[in-house]
Write a protein that binds this ligand. Structure first.
Ligand SMILES: *[C@@H]1O[C@H](CO)[C@@H](O)[C@H](O)[C@H]1NC(C)=O
Ligand SMILES: *[C@@H]1O[C@H](CO)[C@@H](O)[C@H](O)[C@H]1NC(C)=O
Ligand SMILES: *[C@@H]1O[C@H](CO)[C@@H](O)[C@H](O)[C@H]1NC(C)=O
Ligand SMILES: *[C@@H]1O[C@H](CO)[C@@H](O)[C@H](O)[C@H]1NC(C)=O
Ligand SMILES: *[C@@H]1O[C@H](CO)[C@@H](O)[C@H](O)[C@H]1NC(C)=O
Ligand SMILES: *[C@@H]1O[C@H](CO)[C@@H](O)[C@H](O)[C@H]1NC(C)=O
Ligand SMILES: *[C@@H]1O[C@H](CO)[C@@H](O)[C@H](O)[C@H]1NC(C)=O
Length: 644
């Protein structure tokens, strides 16, 4: 007895030790309860350990073994013919009894690690008088359409397939077996029962039984489905957008894309739509983020078909390089499947016309601006250049000319003559151009050698000048007409002034005043002026050897201009005239032959002194047209040397 007791206590101790050494003592990663398996006595049942998984360890390279333990006794499960089969990660119960109920632990060991997982086996007695299993799975059948039930024994079939063991499924409606192809039922595939048109009578329990032979024993396992027929239904979602498309977009710009899914059916579908990129859900819905989705929105549709639209917007506030070349998938998760659609972003070619266009526009604008600036400041720019870079301009001193300019103006008693014109020609011009700027002028009324033949004098001196300053007033070129048309030309304000002023000192310019001078004088003056004009124009137009500068002393109306000689009009149109009267803006008119001397003289003098500054607009323009006083000397010897 003592011996036996001692042996018993030893066994007990060993048993305890067994428990302790079995797996509880080991430092195993404990995955605790993972599965529940429901069964009934007499059925077969499979307990599968899911520890052989890449999430647990690298089972392809690391050696391992799996041991099953009964957690009640702590004993290792081993093969028992007709009852238990241990096949690696799978523990088979071939003929379940109520006693088999309990928890079983699979322990996976590698040389360095240990993992354990608990599976619970629940054995229940069948409900008396009812076919099928007490534990049921719920499935929904939609009334009025074709629908399916699926047998939840796929795991068994897969496992048996991996053993190369064949199996067969039998379906029951309640207790009655279903024959394939009768009563609107059909076996779609191994695990699916098709119902051609669901009716109210399909609202009952269905059982599928899988029969196979394992470990020398033929047995079966069954699952019962509670099929609920509902009028609310939804069919397979249809992803309309994105339609597996490639979209070109610009880096740096924003971008957004709708996911649009239509779920045909009645009632609110239990469908979730999500955006997925790089296998991860885009859950962010904060609009301040760079990438975010809107909350899904639903709208029902009756026509053309009943259903529900689900929409969700994916937005990139600014596209980056990393957003391109990957799939953005919108997936609809539903009990009837998880269809999806994707789009991929490709960087759009930058618009080739854009830089060219803006470049062209820029050049055009620059050109226009330059032209405007040049025309506005042509004179200032030219004068500035001449002042700053005199070396760029040739020295004209050696060109054989005596004068920089020949000043032609209506001589006394000629038409268009006035004291102001004479004063301008004899005083103002020399004061500014000769004294101020150092030009040498030939002024007909000043430098004429008395007695010289007019023709020779004019010709010679014009030839000796680099420029011709042609001073004129409104009546300078129209005088001839005035004399012949008896002062009826009222367009000419000069003649008006003359006629209307009582105390005017009439010198010339009026037909009545004209008569008081002798004919020879008139012939002389008119001839000189005409000669100057003709000679000058001849050179300008035909030879191009002389530059004529038109100096307009008085504002000219278009009507007056029409009476000007063709050549002057042409020149004025071509190169413009320097307008003295603009310089005297405040006192617009020059009153030829009309003088209100004293009260106006002072005023005019101050104005004149202001307009005598060489930097005023008028003188700048005159200087612009005058010959350049350059520094660069032209040495004939050098040219000759270079030509050698
Ligand atoms: C059983 O578990 C293993 C992982 O340990 C898994 O690969 C296999 O798919 C499972 N079999 C079934 C039928 O669940
Ligand atoms: C399997 O487990 C036993 C202990 O139960 C151990 O001695 C053996 O080394 C293990 N084999 C492998 C390949 O891990
Ligand atoms: C149990 O029997 C099966 C088949 O007979 C065999 O493959 C397996 O290795 C056995 N299991 C154990 C733990 O001996
Ligand atoms: C299952 O076990 C019960 C008793 O536990 C026995 O009566 C029955 O014959 C066994 N079934 C098979 C197929 O061996
Ligand atoms: C289906 O059967 C259940 C009870 O099994 C019942 O509550 C339900 O109303 C039935 N549905 C229809 C559409 O007949
Ligand atoms: C994208 O930017 C444009 C213009 O900057 C703006 O009008 C549009 O609303 C933006 N779109 C989104 C989705 O932010
Ligand atoms: C996007 O998905 C399609 C279809 O699944 C696949 O053919 C394509 O290679 C994927 N493209 C990228 C960039 O992952």
């Amino acid at each position: 007895m003592g011996r036996n007791a001692a042996l018993g206590s030893l066994l007990f101790f060993l048993g305890l030790f067994g428990i302790c050494t079995g797996f509880e003592q080991e430092n195993c990663t404990n995955y605790r309860l993972q599965f529940k398996v429901y069964s009934v006595p007499g059925d077969m049942a499979m307990l599968n350990s899911t520890l052989v998984s890449p999430n647990v360890f690298d089972f392809n390279t690391v050696p391992y073994n799996i041991t099953w333990y009964d957690s009640k006794t702590g004993q290792e499960m081993s093969n028992q013919t007709g009852r238990i089969l241990v096949q690696g990660e799978t523990l088979w119960f071939l003929n379940i009894t109520l006693d088999d109920s309990g928890e079983y632990v699979s322990v996976l060991r590698t040389p360095f690690q240990c993992h354990r997982q608990l599976t619970k086996l629940v054995v229940e007695l069948p409900v008396p008088g009812k076919c099928g299993r007490p534990k049921k799975a719920d499935q929904i059948l939609t009334k009025g359409v074709a629908d399916t039930l699926s047998c939840p024994l796929m795991d068994y079939i897969n496992k048996l397939n991996s053993y190369n063991i064949s199996s067969s499924i039998k379906w029951y409606r309640g207790c009655e077996p279903i024959e394939d192809g009768t009563g609107g039922y059909s076996h779609r595939d191994t695990t699916t029962l098709g119902i051609s048109k669901v009716e109210a009578r399909n609202n009952c329990s269905y059982t599928c039984t899988l029969t196979f032979t394992l470990g020398g024993l033929t047995g079966s396992v069954s699952e019962t489905i509670n099929a609920e027929v509902t009028e609310v239904y939804s069919l397979v979602p249809q992803v309309h957008e994105p339609a597996n498309e490639i979209i070109k977009a610009h880096i740096g710009y924003n971008f957004s894309k709708w996911c649009r899914v239509f779920v045909p059916g009645v009632g609110k579908p239990l469908v979730k739509i999500v955006w997925i990129a790089r296998d991860q859900l885009i859950l962010n819905s904060d609009p301040s983020s760079r990438v975010y989705t809107s909350k899904p929105r639903e709208s029902s549709q009756d026509f053309p078909s009943k259903g529900t639209w689900l929409e969700r917007l994916l937005t990139f506030s600014e596209l980056r390089e990393e957003d391109f070349h990957i799939n953005y998938t919108c997936r609809a998760y539903s009990s009837r499947g998880n269809p999806g659609g994707y789009f991929t972003l490709l960087p759009a070619d930058p618009d080739p016309m854009l830089p060219i266009g803006s470049g062209l526009a820029g050049v055009t604008i620059l050109f226009i601006v330059s032209v405007i600036v040049y025309y506005l400041f042509k004179v200032d720019i030219a004068l500035w250049f001449r002042r700053v870079f005199p070396v760029l301009y040739t020295n004209k001193d050696l060109d054989g000319k005596l004068y920089d300019a020949y000043v032609a103006y209506p001589p006394p008693c000629a038409v268009g003559f006035s004291k102001e014109v004479e004063m301008f020609a004899l005083q103002t011009l020399p004061q500014v151009l000769e004294k101020g700027c150092g030009y040498k002028l030939f002024i007909a009324g000043r430098d004429c050698i008395p007695g010289q033949a007019i023709l020779d004098s004019v010709e010679e001196n014009i030839q000796a000048s680099r420029r011709l300053l042609l001073l004129y007033t409104a009546s300078t070129f129209t005088g001839k007409r005035l004399t012949s048309s008896t002062s009826s030309n009222n367009n000419n304000h000069l003649s008006k002034n003359i006629n209307s002023s009582d105390n005017s000192e009439i010198k010339t310019g009026d037909s009545s005043g004209r008569t008081s001078f002798d004919d020879s004088d008139e012939v002389y003056t008119d001839t000189r002026q005409q000669l100057e004009c003709v000679a000058a124009m001849h050179r300008v137009l035909l030879e191009g050897s002389l530059k004529v500068v038109l100096v307009e002393l008085e504002e000219i109306t278009p009507a007056q201009l029409a009476l000007f000689p063709e050549s002057v009009r042409h020149l004025r149109k071509k190169q413009g005239a320097v307008r003295w009267w603009k310089n005297l803006r405040k006192r617009q008119r020059w009153r030829t032959c009309v003088r209100r001397e004293d009260e106006e003289k002072h005023e005019r003098d101050t104005q004149l002194s202001q307009s005598l500054s060489p930097s005023s607009r008028f003188w700048k323009e005159i200087r612009y047209y005058m010959p350049v006083r350059g520094k660069r000397a032209v040495y004939p010897e050098k040219t000759a040397l270079l030509n050698l």
